[in-house]
Design a protein around this ligand. Structure first.
Ligand SMILES: *[C@@H]1O[C@H](CO)[C@@H](O)[C@H](O)[C@H]1NC(C)=O
Ligand SMILES: *[C@@H]1O[C@H](CO)[C@@H](O)[C@H](O)[C@H]1NC(C)=O
Ligand SMILES: *[C@@H]1O[C@H](CO)[C@@H](O)[C@H](O)[C@H]1NC(C)=O
Ligand SMILES: *[C@@H]1O[C@H](CO)[C@@H](O)[C@H](O)[C@H]1NC(C)=O
Ligand SMILES: *[C@@H]1O[C@H](CO)[C@@H](O)[C@H](O)[C@H]1NC(C)=O
Ligand SMILES: *[C@@H]1O[C@H](CO)[C@@H](O)[C@H](O)[C@H]1NC(C)=O
Ligand SMILES: *[C@@H]1O[C@H](CO)[C@@H](O)[C@H](O)[C@H]1NC(C)=O
Ligand SMILES: *[C@@H]1O[C@H](CO)[C@@H](O)[C@H](O)[C@H]1NC(C)=O
Ligand SMILES: *[C@@H]1O[C@H](CO)[C@@H](O)[C@H](O)[C@H]1NC(C)=O
Ligand SMILES: *[C@@H]1O[C@H](CO)[C@@H](O)[C@H](O)[C@H]1NC(C)=O
Length: 628
């Protein structure tokens, strides 16, 4: 291990332990007041003399230990009312979970001071009385779960002012009256079932399935079940597109089917009155060769191939292909298409492209010219008024997301450290290369594990780049992709090279921890990986951050710690403080050298560690992995 890397570990440990001294004194007092004035059946290790931020169960502090920012106290057996002037004093708190207790309060009025609240989990308690009238005080509130309580009265219309609201669960309460028009486009999930609501369902909520309102006396007449998931805007109801909508209803749920076939048939037939067919154009560098399959008036509908494309297919072959839905993402739906000649392709159907043809084609030219070992090549694209398709190679092993998270447990081959390093290094090189394209301005914009594949040398290879600028700016959805999004990126168009670095950092943390960027902890709270890693690393430096599957490989602790350091550098909040992608590659390659050069065997390793001071991190990890 090089002197530099020892230094960086010591440095990392140093910054962690020096943070331990600060203490949010007022928040601590508020928490003690809360605990001392409410009955509870489980004991908590909270006391005046221990450090709130480092030891108290369920409490998470900000990075500088100045405030408490999250409180998770599910199932502690709290009974009775929340004492006033306690939790309401934690004004910096962002996540508050008191779920699964037996709290009988009305909704605490001093919660209105928690202005940074993003998630509120009070489900499974005995709260009663009305909901707060003014929800607009919680500007950043994203998730509200008040289900399974005894709240009554009506649903406040001020909820519609929550512009970030993604989930609203008020199910199984005693709420009455009519449902207000909750006009928040960010809403992804709603459950108002089992209440005493009446009246008709407002137009803005008709995109949600009927079960969300069941167990009430709500008239849902005229309500159409959603054809596409709520985050996809419904297709325009022009005559031409009613067919895809219909087919969407019929085929929407089926995984294997002739979806693509149907889709392209529609493209074909809906145009037939104006055009007689398609042009397949094959481009070879400058002198592009046009091959006309059949006549066309304006040459607008064509499958455009890029140089180096070894496929011999045209739109008609695609029409005959059987297709399988691989996934739905921020930018559209991806299908696996098996052609009759046994070629398999990936076809991406883009949604919400806002660019005119010329700009779209220009962007496709930039993306399509990229040839790099760690970038999945774009093979062809298709543009018409109603459909935009992109054609890629198919990677049989699936995405890094499916390799890493798929089928854990029974018989699954775990992803070893070498492979994870190669995935990370490959992806980093691919992204760094992308950042040199288009005069050094190209942005990937959608880096996530499900867009990284393994190339033939089993190094990471990035796909799906440069789509952000094609799209209508849409607020980023609350899907798994949200976990990769840099804090400054508020819509798909705001992506930058610095936000790519952030997303890559999340990917790196995902490879190290084996955890999804947004995951559940068994309960129903959503944990953001970046926050979680920060809090674990800050609180107690243990092997807890790393994927248990990695702990069984010997002699990789230093490498893991260094990778973690790089990952954490990439996910710092301020974009200008993040390293450039090329620097990230260099840092990772220096670890690779240690790694491939002469990785010490078990024996030489112990000699090395006896002659150098053993970093506490490695020592602790060694002991805890031995325990497992
Ligand atoms: C705790 O429970 C006991 C017995 O049920 C009751 O007498 C007491 O008032 C409760 N304390 C608080 C703070 O609610
Ligand atoms: C809310 O969060 C912002 C940004 O993190 C911070 O500047 C502000 O002080 C917080 N508000 C309170 C009341 O802590
Ligand atoms: C809440 O939102 C405001 C602006 O919308 C932002 O400045 C602030 O940082 C956010 N607070 C947190 C904790 O995210
Ligand atoms: C609804 O709440 C009541 C108590 O408040 C509980 O007994 C019942 O099981 C809940 N129903 C569902 C479907 O969760
Ligand atoms: C709500 O419940 C309380 C008792 O828990 C009752 O006094 C009040 O009248 C109820 N309000 C409505 C609007 O039903
Ligand atoms: C709210 O909590 C209930 C019960 O824990 C859970 O089933 C439901 O999925 C949660 N809703 C949301 C939107 O997270
Ligand atoms: C909606 O809430 C009801 C009542 O708690 C519950 O039975 C149902 O499973 C919920 N639906 C979903 C999809 O969470
Ligand atoms: C919903 O809000 C948008 C702006 O956020 C507004 O343009 C639209 O008219 C609203 N719709 C209704 C039904 O209030
Ligand atoms: C809905 O219920 C309330 C009482 O909860 C009643 O006053 C109102 O008339 C009802 N509205 C309709 C449309 O039935
Ligand atoms: C449901 O509401 C309608 C009016 O919206 C009313 O005529 C009917 O009696 C109500 N049914 C129940 C069971 O409350």
């Amino acid at each position: 291990m090089g002197v530099k890397s020892i230094f960086s570990i010591i440095f990392l440990l140093g910054t962690i332990s020096f943070q331990g001294f600060a203490e949010p004194v007022e928040d601590k007092q508020a928490l003690l007041d809360f605990l001392n004035n409410i009955n509870h059946s489980r004991t908590l290790n909270w006391n005046e003399y221990s450090s709130v931020c480092n030891t108290w169960t369920g409490v998470t502090c900000s990075g500088d230990h100045s405030r408490v920012i999250a409180l998770h106290l599910p199932g502690i057996g709290f009974r009775g009312e929340i004492p006033p002037n306690t939790l309401g004093q934690l004004s910096a708190v962002q996540i508050l979970s008191l779920r699964s207790n037996a709290i009988t309060s009305p909704f605490p009025s001093d919660f209105s001071k928690l202005e940074n609240l993003t998630a509120l989990y009070l489900q499974y308690n005995k709260f009663s009385g009305p909901l707060p009238i003014d929800f607009s005080v919680w500007k950043n509130l994203t998730i509200i779960n008040l289900s399974n309580n005894g709240f009554n009265g009506s649903i406040p219309s001020s909820i519609s002012k929550l512009t970030h609201l993604a989930a609203l669960d008020l199910a199984n309460n005693s709420l009455s009256g009519e449902i207000p028009d909750l006009n928040t486009s960010s809403l992804q999930h709603i459950n108002l079932s089992n209440n005493l609501l009446n009246g008709t369902l407002p137009q803005s909520l008709r995109r949600f399935p009927n079960w969300a309102f069941s167990g009430n006396n709500i008239s849902t007449e005229n309500a159409i079940p959603p054809v596409f998931p709520p985050n996809n805007p419904p297709l325009r109801k022009s005559k031409k597109l009613s067919e895809p909508a219909l087919l969407g209803i019929i085929l929407g749920g089926s995984v294997v089917g002739f979806v693509l076939f149907a889709l392209l048939m529609i493209v074909c037939y809906s145009k037939r009155d104006r055009e007689t067919g398609f042009i397949v154009k094959s481009q070879k560098g400058e002198g592009s060769v046009k091959k006309t399959v059949s006549g066309s008036h304006d040459g607008s509908n064509r499958l455009v191939f890029f140089e180096g494309c070894s496929f011999a297919f045209d739109l008609e072959d695609l029409l005959r292909a059987s297709a399988e839905v691989l996934g739905k993402g921020t930018f559209g739906t991806t299908y696996k298409a098996a052609l009759e000649d046994a070629t398999t392709l990936v076809v991406k159907r883009l949604k919400e492209v806002s660019l005119v043809r010329r700009d779209f084609e220009q962007q496709m030219q930039i993306v399509g010219q990229i040839r790099h070992e760690n970038v999945a090549p774009l093979r062809a694209y298709y543009y018409s008024k109603d459909e935009k398709l992109m054609v890629y190679d198919f990677y049989g092993q699936g995405s890094v997301s499916s390799i890493l998270h798929g089928r854990r447990g029974d018989g699954r081959v775990s992803l070893d450290w070498e492979t994870r390093l190669r995935i990370a290094l490959g992806a980093a090189r691919g992204i760094a290369h992308i950042h040199t394209e288009n005069g050094g301005k190209l942005v990937h914009g959608n880096i996530k594990a499900s867009n990284i594949f393994l190339n033939s040398r089993r190094y990471g290879c990035v796909s799906d780049l440069g789509l952000g600028t094609l799209m209508t700016p849409t607020p980023m959805p609350m899907t798994r992709a949200a976990g990769y999004r840099a804090p400054e990126v508020t819509d798909t168009r705001k992506a930058s090279q610095a936000s790519d670095v952030y997303s890559f950092g999340v990917l790196l943390l995902e490879l190290l921890t084996g955890k999804s960027p947004i995951h559940n902890t068994g309960g129903d709270e959503v944990i953001h990986l970046v926050r979680w890693v920060n809090s674990v690393v800050r609180e107690e430096w243990t092997a807890e951050v790393f994927d248990v599957e990695l702990l069984r490989y010997p002699n990789i602790e230093e490498e893991m710690v260094e990778m973690l350091q790089i990952g954490m550098n990439c996910v710092v909040k301020m974009p200008e403080q993040r390293p450039k992608m090329a620097e990230v590659v260099k840092m990772m390659e220096s670890i690779q050298q240690v790694n491939t050069g002469n990785r010490p065997s078990s024996e030489t390793k112990s000699e090395v560690s006896s002659s150098t001071p053993t970093p506490p991190a490695a020592a602790e990890m060694g002991s805890s992995s031995a325990q497992q």
